[in-house]
Ligand binder design. Structure first.
Ligand code: HEM
Length: 424
């Protein structure tokens, strides 16, 4: 038997999107945690450097100090060196809930909290089940499908689009634009660029900007429509919201819509498809679950730990500090790697074992602290309903060919997951 090729520390750069696309991130993070848990990556001639934070306790520390490590100067690792490029990047720094700092962050979060309480989540269960059953009705007779395109992407898309009051005819556009923004670096979504120029940094920038502009154009029309007629959806609530007696500006509203649509659909899509793939790869755990579906809530937490659909969030240090003996200077970018902390040997016994009854399981897939995921309740519910319905309807569903992963350092995405099953 030939030994598995292994990476060495010098070969690992967390800026290498191909490492993520090839599915090598977990091996790389294991080495980083062991040999360089807080490591400076110098970046390159185009992007500034950053610190890789790969241990659980250190991510807790950074996340729980939102004044010392701020979000308003960027939450992704790549920051162009060229100021001109930074201006062009349309990154929403400081303008969205997720890129805001206290105290405005808390005030803005309060405005939409009502739509995300446990009660609001529970109230959606029946409807989420209906959507899921409809999706499964469509694929069940076929015997095979692309699980990402036909199922996993459709449920979260429908849920967030309905919450925002978007017409069904617009959902495919939201899917397309989300892929362009969050999958900008993946040639498959660089459809505005000639084929022979795809896969370059310029193609990624252009694709991201096209996606963002498309979203803004679309949501500008939605805002106008809500201003004329309120509809009791999230956008209408936002239009009427005030912070300290002042209405949100159109720009605030547009960035809010942008964040909700992105955060609400791409992440949960990858948790669902990553979850099915993981269960297929661990047949004994899957059999245990299908024999006793009351294990599902714990299994979902293990899926979230294992898949960690959001790969990183970044922060900027506002003062000099030290983490694990490394000197972090004011202005440095620190990048928190969720797939790594969720397999941290100091926190999770046997972290490389997929165990659907793992307890405790305090994973950080939804982040922690001030910016803890607003939609975690919806994501958990969508996952639960999806697996309940899926295993009831298509109990023998199996992978039917290799998965295609997204080329991204930010989203642990699966673009295509062929599956087959006995037609039902
Ligand atoms: C499995 C699915 C999901 C995962 C893994 C996930 C993960 C995350 C993470 C890691 C953060 C940022 C934490 C930080 O910066 O510290 C976040 C924030 C956020 N998420 Fe999610 N998310 C998911 C689903 C959703 C859904 C379904 C929605 C909306 C319906 C949503 C809306 C948001 C919003 C609005 C924020 C910003 C919160 C803030 O800054 O206060 N997410 N999410």
């Amino acid at each position: 038997m030939t030994a598995q090729p292994t990476l060495s520390l010098d070969e690992i750069s967390t800026g290498d999107e191909l490492m993520f696309e090839r599915g090598e991130k977990n091996e790389a993070f294991k080495i980083l945690r062991r040999e360089a848990p807080v490591r400076w990556n110098p970046g390159n001639e185009e992007v500034k450097g950053w610190w890789d934070i790969t241990k659980y306790e250190d991510v807790l520390y950074v996340s729980r100090n939102p004044e010392r490590f701020i979000s308003s100067e960027g939450i992704v690792m790549f920051e162009p060196r060229d100021p001109e490029m930074r201006l062009q990047a349309a990154n929403g720094n400081g303008k969205m809930l997720i890129t805001m700092d206290p105290p405005r962050h808390v005030m803005l979060r309060r405005l939409v909290n009502k739509g995300f309480t446990p009660r609001a989540v529970r109230a959606m269960e029946g409807h989420i089940r209906e959507i899921t059953r409809d999706l499964l009705d469509d694929i069940a007779p076929k015997g095979k499908c692309d699980f990402v395109i036909d199922v996993a992407s459709q449920l979260p898309l429908a849920v967030i689009c309905e919450m925002m009051g978007l017409e069904k005819q617009d959902w495919p556009l939201m899917f397309q634009l989300t892929n362009k923004v969050l999958g900008a670096g993946d040639p498959e979504y660089q459809t505005d660029v000639p084929e022979d120029q795809r896969g370059t940094n310029d193609a990624a920038r252009l694709t991201g900007n096209m996606g963002t502009m498309g979203m803004f154009g679309f949501f500008a029309q939605q805002l106008e429509a809500r201003k004329a007629h309120r509809r009791g959806d999230l956008i209408s609530i936002l239009v009427d919201s005030e912070i300290e007696g002042e209405k949100l500006t159109d720009e605030d509203l547009l960035w809010f819509c942008f964040l909700l649509i992105l955060a609400g659909n791409e992440t949960t899509r990858n948790a669902i498809s990553g979850g099915l793939m993981t269960l297929c790869e661990h047949p004994a755990e899957r059999a245990r679950l299908q024999a006793d579906m009351s294990l599902l809530p714990a299994a979902i937490e293990e899926i979230l730990r294992w898949v960690s659909p959001v790969t990183h969030m970044a922060r900027i240090a506002t003062e000099d500090s030290e983490i694990r003996g490394q000197k972090i200077a004011k202005g440095d970018r620190v990048v928190m790697w969720y797939p790594s902390v969720n397999r941290d040997e100091d926190i999770f016994p046997e972290p490389e074992r997929f165990d659907i009854t793992r307890s405790p399981n305090d994973h950080l897939a939804f982040g922690i602290g001030e910016h803890f995921c607003l939609g975690a309740g919806f994501a958990r519910l969508e996952l639960r309903v999806m697996f309940e319905e899926l295993f009831a309807r298509l109990p023998d569903i199996q992978m039917d060919g290799p998965v295609e992963r997204l080329r991204s350092t930010f989203i642990g995405g699966i673009k295509h997951l062929p599956v087959r099953y006995t037609p039902a």
